[in-house]
Structure formats: C-alpha cells, structure tokens
Design a binder for this molecule. Structure first.
Ligand SMILES: Nc1ncnc2c1ncn2[C@@H]1O[C@H](COP(=O)(O)OP(=O)(O)OP(=O)(O)O)[C@@H](O)[C@H]1O
Ligand SMILES: [Mg+2]
Length: 399
C-alpha cells in the first residue's frame, strides 16, 4: 500500500454489513463502529436499496440468509456498482459456494464465521485502502483528461490567432497593390504601357487572394473524405507524373520505390493525391535547382496489435528545416517562402488526420527532410494486397 494509506481517514468510506440475525448486526456495529462508518441491513433487499442510495465502499454479506443468499446479494451489488468491494461471511460448510463465487469474480475475499475481530478489522482496512487507491487513480485520470481538453482548447485559440493575423497579412499585401493601381488609373488612362503592366499585376494579385480564399475554405471546411479501397502505390504513380515536369525543369531526379506488397487502404484518392502534391511541391521548392526526391512506400506494423499500416515517405535532399521551425511547419500560415501561403502542410495534416492516419516530419539541416504518411491498412479480407492493374486504378477513382 502507498504511504497515503497510513494517513487514510477510514471513516470517510462507508461499510455495509448484511445479515439476517439481529445479534450479529449489533455485534458488528459494536466492534467496528469505532473505526469505520457502518451501515447495516437485515435482508438482501434492504441492503441493495441502501447500496443504490448511499456511496458504499465495501459490503459484507452473510451467506446463509433465508430469501437472498450472501452470494446473490453480492452479485446484485456488483451490478449496481462494480467498483464496490464485496466480502462474503460464511460458515465452513459453504466453502464450495465461496470458491465458486471467488472464481467468478463476484467476491473480493471471504471470512469464516464466527469471525476474529482483528481479521475483519484489518480486512476492511485493506479493502478501503484498495478502494481508495482505485478512486484516486480514477480522479487523477479524469483530471488529466480535463487538463488535456483545456490544452487543446487553448492551442486552438492560439491557432485561430495565428490564422487571423496570417490572413490579414496575406490579403493586405495584394490589396495594397490593387488599390495603388486603382488610384493611379484615372490619371494614367492614356498610358498604354502603364495600363498593360499594372493590369497584369493587379490581376495576379487578385488571383492570389482568390487562391488564398480557396485554400482557407478547404482548411476550415475540409470536404469529408469519400473513402474507397485504394492502392497508395497508384496514387504515388499519378502524383509523380504531375511533379515530373516541375522536377525536370529544376534538374531534380525523382526516385520511386514501391513496396509490391503494400497493404490496401481506405482513402479518398483525390485528397491523398493533393497531400502528395503538397509534400512533393514543398520538396521541389526547397531543393530549388538540383537534388533528389524519393517517394517510397512500405507496409509496417501499426501501433495497435494486429493493425497494419501503409507507409508513404517523401524524402528530399534539400536544405532541411531548422529545429525551431519543425513544430511550426504544420501551423496554418507558417511559411518561409515569399510566394507561399503557408497552408499546404496544415491542409495536408488535416486530410491525413481525417483518414485516421498520421503525418510526421523529420529533418536534418544540410541533409534533407522526410515527411511520413501512415494510413491504417484496410481490415479483413481487404488487408491482403490484391492485384491492382488498371481495374485497381478504377477502384481508387483515379481513372
Ligand atoms: N521539404 C521541405 N524542406 C524544407 N522546408 C520545408 C519543406 N516542406 C515545408 N517546409 C517549410 O514549411 C513551410 C510551410 O510549408 P507549407 O506547405 O505549409 O507552406 P508553403 O509551401 O510555404 O506555402 P503553400 O504550400 O501554401 O504554397 C515552408 O514555407 C517551408 O519553410
Ligand atoms: Mg507548400
């Protein structure tokens, strides 16, 4: 028992004794009232009514009672509140019953009749200590959950703050450009060159605001994924085609390493492809003019026993992410790129999260960055990998 038990106030917890013989009830009270808060009942029914009404930590019941036996009372007590500790008091002849109910988990322990004062006293004390430890653990757990909820709420508030200031900043800059153009317009109506140049800039800035608003929308109201049975290897192929053009222009080599026995997953292929594009584009932008981008898939054991995961890794040989930035990259509006909105990773994170998966980052300055997506493998018969030719692509809704 822990040290706290030494200072435990045993009287804080109530003990109920059920016995049909009045003399026994009185004797029990006389002997133990000094140490514990005692309740007594002369029948099982009366005892159970009391249990439903009062917070009782420990119940002792005599086995031999006319209407409801001790074991029956304790079984009912367990139904009222399984946390109540249950003790049977019985004569030697009933030992079979005792063994049976201990094996069934209905009874915490038993005492022989006639009882030894000290046995019962210490037995009840140990029971109360056990009950107290369990309640204490429950209380701490509830406190921990409450604290976590508070943390999530305050993190969310902080995220909203970052988001609003980011949004204001992102919209204000292009707005200033558009406003200056509009202000100059009446005086420069005749200046064709001015008109052509600034109209193009203003259009570009308006497009930027439009793209930002679109991103914001998919961030704040992400479309629920339409899940289909998918082969992530095919989504990798499709995304590689899209990234290829940009990669060639920047002299970047794309390696694809696909695990042929990658487990199938339930995913929204459009959304997953968007995630891959975001991660792939980030890698290409980070590497700038040369380097290698590797997309690798493999199957692995999940965190839950028996639950496999399909893993997809996007690794680059770029400059890496500074340690101070690592826990910010998923924040909305965090960006180090002039033309970036800083929404790509936060949207990707949210999408993977909606798929019950995880998106993680690891990076070393000067060496490169790896983003890892893990998605739960599809269950049951679909867990086995199936041949996914062109039909598989249709399965994924990719074609
Ligand atoms: N592969 C990478 N290597 C180095 N830094 C990266 C990498 N991926 C992301 N980052 C960092 O994380 C920041 C946030 O990325 P995110 O995709 O959310 O926004 P962005 O690329 O800046 O803008 P957007 O994707 O909205 O156009 C980037 O600005 C960059 O600093
Ligand atoms: Mg990006």
């Amino acid at each position: 028992m822990d040290d706290a038990a030494e200072f435990l106030d045993y009287k804080k917890y109530s003990v109920l004794y059920v016995d049909d013989e009045m003399e026994n009830l009185d004797a029990f009270r006389d002997e133990f009232e000094e140490y514990f808060t005692i309740h007594t009942a002369a029948t099982g029914a009366e005892g159970l009514r009391l249990l439903a009404r009062e917070p009782i930590a420990l119940v002792l019941a005599d086995q031999r009672m006319p209407v409801m036996s001790g074991v029956e009372v304790l079984e009912q007590a367990q139904k009222i509140d399984p946390r109540i500790l249950r003790i049977l008091i019985t004569a030697y002849a009933d030992i079979e019953v005792v063994i049976d109910s201990i094996n069934k988990g209905n009874v915490y322990r038993y005492f022989r009749k006639p009882w030894e004062h000290e046995d019962i006293r210490t037995g009840i004390m140990r029971g109360i200590e056990y009950y107290h430890t369990l309640r204490e653990r429950e209380r701490l757990q509830a406190e921990k959950i409450e604290n976590m909820k508070k943390m999530i709420r305050s993190n969310r508030l902080a995220a909203v703050g970052t988001m609003v200031s980011g949004l204001v900043h992102e919209i204000r800059n292009p707005m200033v450009a558009i406003q200056s153009f509009l202000q100059l317009l009446p005086r420069r109506m005749e200046d064709r060159e001015f008109m052509m140049r600034y109209a193009r800039i203003a259009q570009g800035e308006a497009d930027r605001i439009e793209k930002l608003l679109e991103n914001m929308l998919s961030f704040s109201r992400p479309a629920l994924p339409t899940l289909r049975l998918c082969d992530m290897n095919e989504i990798v192929d499709r995304t590689t085609q899209l990234l290829d053009f940009q990669a060639r222009r920047s002299n970047i080599k794309i390696n694809v390493q696909k695990d042929p026995s990658l487990p199938m997953v339930y995913a929204d292929p459009g959304q997953m492809s968007q995630v891959l594009q975001n991660l792939g584009m980030n890698a290409l932008q980070a590497m700038d003019r040369s380097g290698e981008l590797t997309l690798r898939t493999y199957g692995a054991e999940g965190r839950h026993v028996g639950g496999g995961v399909a893993v997809l890794e996007i690794r680059d040989t770029g400059p890496g992410i500074h340690a101070d930035h690592l826990d910010k990259v998923f924040d909305p509006f965090f960006t180090t790129r002039d033309e970036g909105t800083g929404l790509g990773l936060s949207i990707s994170y949210q999408i993977v999260n909606e798929h019950q998966g995880t998106l993680e980052v690891a990076s070393r300055l000067g060496e490169g960055t790896t983003f890892t997506i893990s998605l739960p493998a599809a269950e049951g018969k679909y867990r086995e990998r199936r041949d996914c030719g062109p039909r598989g692509l249709k399965n994924c809704g990719v074609l």
